[in-house]
Design a protein around this ligand. Sequence first.
Ligand SMILES: NC(=O)c1ccc[n+]([C@@H]2O[C@H](COP(=O)([O-])OP(=O)(O)OC[C@H]3O[C@@H](n4cnc5c(N)ncnc54)[C@H](OP(=O)(O)O)[C@@H]3O)[C@@H](O)[C@H]2O)c1
Length: 435
Amino acid sequence: MSDPSKTRIGVGVLGCGNVGSALIGLLEEQRTVIAERTGIALDVVRVAVRSATRDRNVVLADGVLTTDAASVVDDPEVDVVVELIGGIEPARELLAAALRLGKPVVTANKELLANYGAELYAAADAAGVDLLFEAAVGGGIPLIRPLRESLAAEPVRRVMGIVNGTTNYILSQMTEHGTKYHDALADAQSLGFAERDPTADVEGFDAAAKASIIATVAFGARVLAGSVYREGISGIGAADIAHAQRLGYVVKLLAIAEHVGQVEGKPELAVRVHPAMVPADHPLASVRDSFNAVFVEGDAVGELMLYGRGAGGRPTASAVLGDLIDAAGNRCRQTWTPIGGLGEAVIYSIDDLVSEYYINMEVLDRPGVLAAVAGVFGRHGVSIRSMEQEGLGDQARLVFITHQATERDVQATLGDLRELEAVRGVPALLRVISQ
Ligand SMILES: NC(=O)c1ccc[n+]([C@@H]2O[C@H](COP(=O)([O-])OP(=O)(O)OC[C@H]3O[C@@H](n4cnc5c(N)ncnc54)[C@H](OP(=O)(O)O)[C@@H]3O)[C@@H](O)[C@H]2O)c1
């Protein structure tokens, strides 16, 4: 029963899976506290699902559950729409319809925002209502609001994050227990951290969608998931992890959005996802298991890091509920937090990236090979900072760390190295993060 002294806001929830059911549970637990703090009674009046018969861990009044998601959006009792279905359609059309009706929207859908965010943000601003998406990146970690609001005037230089818990869990197991990649993946699958088809996580697609959203919010420019350079972790071997540790690094899958300059008045952004060697004393190196963290570097604020649970029903529901309270409050005050016009960005080619590189190669162990290999580095102007050799029977593993070089020159070096008769393979190339 609603308290008549509170303003009642009807909530329509689209999707009642991991996050949707956790949201409904958390809202029920916190309902009184929310009402006391905000003066708003949040009532879940409609919930849309795909299957009406599936058992759910939530208590809903008769008539609340439906399989007709569009009817939830249209329902005049629904003041705010929360989208927790995931994927592109029907989420995109449902959100667009809600915004056309002037209803604020909360979503956790990174895939949708990374591909169609610009049109949805414009529709929300045109309608003068909120489109809030704190949970779309970093699950329960407050990241979008700090970037959009607290750091609104901050000249952000770089945002660098561990934004995929599955890959961080796998890399942590490989680093701390010497587990092989496939065993660590199987372990993550048995614990429910990884999907049966882990491609989206291990090949970096999930992190790339999040990188595009981070870049859009941090730099106020349109960055689509398709323009994010992406590499996953499936090529990382135990030898790379061991060498990294010996050299004072930890291997992490990073999502990086970096402001590298201005071109004709547009920000030039380098947005990429790849495994990298992070110095062992960098704050991101200590982010273990399935935890996420985002490290922000700004001209005025310096360095700061946001850390926490990047996924899971309740942590994600916590972020969704924060957005829901904001959207409901704004709805009552007849205001909203505009996203603002997003400008165009010039996307920096990975070929122009300047970094130090770790290169691990297997060669025949015989005289003259090292000189031939060094000659190839020299021809492309890639200078070597350190080199280690490890015997592998009649072969040897050579591990190089280069000085700063462009990706273009390093890739050309690798291309020529692979042509050498004595080179058996170049299993790994990793970018090295400098402090
Ligand atoms: N899980 C996490 O840790 C996490 C973290 C951050 C962000 N997110 C994001 O949160 C969103 C939800 O994720 P989730 O893990 O909760 O997904 P989920 O467990 O698969 O739940 C999806 C829900 O949507 C419902 N649904 C699917 N198609 C529908 C349709 N056409 N009409 C109505 N309902 C439909 C499903 O109904 P049935 O139950 O009947 O199948 C289910 O209840 C996604 O965008 C995801 O990327 C999730």
